[in-house]
Design a protein. Structure first.
Lengths: 114, 112
């Protein structure tokens, strides 16, 4: 299967600071990447669809000014959590498709805001 | 009605038995179906994809699709303790701008 990486795997930050998470497709190009968030014992929640060279599409209820997404190249998308607060602490996971259908997930980034 | 439904479980099966995981979906026109495995604290891992009616086998896993009944299932033969995880059914629904819709997952426990 295709490989998607994320960095960092975990991060601790103080309330009010910003955190950037990188998502890379290692062996394929991805015009579209997806960002999910998952709270403990809950389902995956799609936050936004990241489109190379254009603006991201955010799901209803997701603040686009708080969760900044940049899809700078066909292999890299970044998610920046701005002015993070403890309630933003979660497991953030990106994914991408090498083709039209199968979607592969990165290993995830665990964010803790203190 | 939820778009993709799964029994949350837990589904408990003894080691060596067949585990049967089920999923129903609401969109009659959907064409692409996936099963992911998610261990606790980890991200989902794609284990099966199926696009046509019938069975698709890959090692100990068999995916079954019945579009007329809007039903997709995953069978795990010779279940092992390492199969204990949450299994997510995902459907590429029509008209959703290529976004996967996930069920809430079924937690499988394989007991010794």
């Amino acid at each position: 299967g295709a490989v998607v990486s994320q960095h960092p795997s975990w991060v601790i930050c103080k309330s009010g600071t910003s955190v950037k998470i990188e998502c890379r497709s290692l062996d394929f190009q991805a015009t579209t990447m997806f960002w999910y968030r998952q709270f403990p014992k809950q389902s995956l929640m799609l936050m936004a669809t990241s489109n190379e060279g254009s603006k991201a599409t955010y799901e209803q209820g997701v603040e686009k000014d708080k969760f900044l997404i940049n899809h700078a190249s066909l292999t890299l998308s970044t998610l920046t959590v701005t002015s993070a607060h403890p309630e933003d602490s979660s497991f953030y996971i990106c994914s991408a498709r090498p083709g039209a259908y199968e979607q592969y997930f990165g290993p995830g980034t665990r964010l803790t805001v203190t | 009605q939820k778009e993709v439904e799964q029994n949350s479980g837990p589904l408990s099966v003894p080691e060596g038995a067949i585990a049967s995981l089920n999923c129903t979906y609401s969109d009659r026109v959907s064409q692409s179906f996936f099963w992911y495995r998610q261990y606790s604290g980890k991200s989902p891992e794609l284990i099966m994809s199926i696009y046509s009616n019938g069975d698709k086998e890959d090692g100990r896993f068999t995916a079954q699709l019945n579009k007329a009944s809007q039903y997709v299932s995953l069978l795990i033969r010779d279940s092992q303790p390492s199969d204990s995880a949450t299994y997510l059914c995902a459907v590429l629904l029509t008209g959703t701008a290529s976004k996967l819709t996930f069920g809430t997952g079924t937690r499988l426990q394989v007991t010794l």
